[in-house]
Design a binder for this molecule. Structure first.
Ligand SMILES: Cc1cc2nc3c(=O)[nH]c(=O)nc-3n(C[C@H](O)[C@H](O)[C@H](O)COP(=O)(O)O)c2cc1C
Length: 335
């Protein structure tokens, strides 16, 4: 079974090609991870590579309830039992660094307006502990604020290294800060960060690499919904970005309709490095995409929610439990 063969990916030798996709569970009130997260990730360490849930790079990055951070010392100490447990079980673990930018909400920021690339309301909704709320029109970030964001990513990467992570993943599925800067409708700046919309992401990759951590990049070039819907101009931006990337791996979130093998194969040719693909895969389609040489590995989110022993089930051909959306998030994020 191709998914269960070892892989050289991102500079690591992985025991298999099954990746735990980043999955926010909103079960870390106070933002400091600990034994429950160590148990959660250890249960899923059959994966060759684990990408953690999105994790704040700073307090100003926050935009979702009960998500952990990696910007404070107690958070660094809290992640250590997680990375130790995963390593003891033979898997690798990277932390997904998260900054919500324009899709945060005054609710999370002491009443202040969120800041994004430009004063354009992304037209999304935000989970808060008192229900979903529509996004507001953000402030345009000053250049000094953008530099502070880059520094926050650098410091978070350094913290991640000290917490025992094998690397970090930047950008994410969806409409968060780094993707907001890439988008021509959300980034209307006329300065250097608008003339080159990739500039922020490239600076973040550089600063994270300088901290001595491996860096993977996650993009969702098929995203639909709100002002952020990916159109031809954003796709062209992604093409240029991907063709120039020199990172440990590229992690693509495919279309909602399910795997688009032709689309993934196009990015495979553009990128040339290790490629992880995602969205809607199962045992058969995951094996097929690796077998076809289109991807090096496949990540799974919902199947791993319901089947912590997913790799064993794949190996034995056992049936899978179906994930229940009512259990995705902890209580605060669901109300
Ligand atoms: C409950 C839940 C939380 C998620 N959290 C994140 C996240 O923190 N970061 C991210 O990039 N994607 C996140 N995603 C998207 C998943 O990583 C993945 O792209 C999506 O679920 C499709 O993969 P699947 O078909 O294997 O579930 C989340 C998905 C779910 C269902």
């Amino acid at each position: 079974m191709s998914l269960l063969t070892p892989a050289d990916l991102g500079g690591w030798r992985l025991p298999n090609r099954v990746v735990l996709a980043p999955t926010t569970r909103a079960r870390v009130p106070g933002g400091v991870p600990g034994e429950p997260q160590a148990a959660y990730y250890a249960q899923r360490a059959g994966a060759g590579l684990i990408v953690t849930e999105g994790t704040w790079v700073s307090e100003r990055a926050i935009g979702f309830p009960d998500v952990p951070g990696v910007y404070a010392e107690d958070q660094v100490a809290g992640w250590r039992p997680v990375t130790d447990a995963v390593h003891a079980l033979g898997a690798r673990i990277v932390v997904q660094l998260w900054h919500t930018g324009a899709v945060s909400h005054p609710y999370f920021l002491g009443g202040a307006r969120p800041a994004g690339p430009s004063a354009v309301n992304p037209g999304e909704s935000v989970h808060t502990a008192s229900g979903r709320r529509p996004t507001v029109t953000p402030r345009e970030m000053s250049v000094a604020e953008i530099r502070a964001v880059v520094e926050d990513y650098g410091a978070a990467a350094e913290n991640a290294r000290r917490a025992g992570f094998d690397g970090v993943e930047v950008a994410a599925n969806g409409v968060y800060l780094l993707a907001q800067f890439l988008h021509p409708r959300l980034n209307r700046r006329t300065d250097a960060y608008g003339r080159c919309r990739r500039k922020l992401l490239l600076e973040v990759i550089d600063v994270v690499s300088a901290a001595g951590t491996a860096v993977g990049v996650r993009l969702s070039p098929w995203w639909t919904g709100g002002l952020f819907t990916v159109d031809e101009s954003l796709r062209a931006e992604y093409d240029e970005l991907v063709a120039g990337l020199d990172v440990a791996y590229l992690h693509l979130r495919g279309p909602d309709a399910g795997p688009d093998l032709g689309g993934f194969a196009r990015y495979r040719r553009l990128f040339g490095g290790s490629l992880i693909v995602n969205n809607g895969f199962d045992r058969e389609s995951g094996n097929a995409v690796v077998e076809a040489g289109i991807a090096d590995a496949v990540s799974f989110s919902r199947h791993f929610v319901a089947n912590p022993d997913l790799v064993t089930r794949f190996a034995l051909g056992l049936p899978l439990e179906t994930a229940d959306p009512a259990t995705y998030y902890g209580v605060a994020a669901m109300s």
